[in-house]
Design a protein around this ligand. Sequence first.
Ligand code: PLP
Length: 423
Amino acid sequence: MTHILHRQIHAKLPLAVGGSGVELFDAEGRAYIDASGGAAVSCLGHGHVDVIEAIKAQTEKLAYAHTSFFTNEPAERLADRLIAGAPEGISHVYFVSGGSEANEAALKMARQYFVEKGELQRRNIIARRQSYHGNTLGTLATGGNEWRRDPFRPLLIDTHHIDPCYAYRYRKPGESEEDYAARAAGALEEKILELGPETVMAFVAEPVVGATAGAVPPVAGYFGRIREICDRYGVLLLLDEVMCGMGRTGTMHACEQDGVAPDLMTIAKGLGGGYQPIGAVLLSREIFDAFANGSGFFQHGHTYICHPVACAAALAVQEVIERDDLLANVRSMGTYLRERLEARFGNHPHVGDIRGRGLFLGLELVADRSTKEPFDPALKLNARIKKEAMARGLMIYPSGGTIDGSRGDHVLLAPPFILDEVS
Ligand code: PLP
């Protein structure tokens, strides 16, 4: 009998007691290969000595200092490191404890930026269907997953959604990539014009869509056009790299591969690799200057922002990634894993698409390959896949359902960057 309100109240969860490398162990001595990094979190795998040592050392030195009184060394060093590797124009960092908090803070930054500039009418958020940006009220309203939003709808602010760039589902037969990129991005322009450009605050998107669509990368040229449209109408581009960022796609930031720089970017999961809860907003010089030259403060805050131990853990994770050249491993192992998936499932009657970037790969499951007909959601395929995989000692991340029109079931793979061909 547990006193924890678990997500799945009736599920009998194994008790995790340890982890090493790409494996987790339960109290009964069973090992599980972590092929999903939990939920794309454990980028260094489990039990990494360097990170553990950094956490110990920081805890002994300073565990906590409230940010209204102090700054602290690991937070300053982590900020320097993140800015040194950030997309063009990004100049500052705001540390929080996870992805939802990061997106919530980023939305408030976007709003306050326009308040500082006197553009008080800019309040509309445009995001995409089949997206997930977090479970707090603001981020839930922003995400386009109807199933997650449904019970809470009366509490959510109004937001607006366009179709994602999802070639497998939405590219028309015979349509070139370029034409599809133009059409998919054009939906943003149409929505901005419909709402009135002077009312639109931000466009929010995951460069590679994770949990709600199964590692869906954009087609070439899509984000370049999105950037142009945002610039044309003075709309801020907020890229949510909570899941796809921090090296998961083979470059530090997924958007590097699309040649765009956002005004705001959120990161979490792989930032601390699960060793501590941490997330961050990266913001542009322009936004920072509007705050600095305006009210002089950001009207937001949480008790654990810039947490020294969380920042020390993230710093250690990021140093290991650089020292061990793990992004090169993400690229080569990503290619290897994809080839293996294609060899094994490429002709499978129920695998419609295999896609992704780096070690962020997705399989879309279909009832019928030729029609792309999804499985009946009543089958609850994702829950069954997860259960079967766990019974075989494998952690994968299935998601899906058709309730919100996010057609299809998917399996997401996001193994640790330390993966080798043997594991
Ligand atoms: N944004 C994306 C793209 C995510 O995948 C997630 C979590 O899965 C979040 C935001 C929310 O992050 P967290 O669960 O750390 O609050």
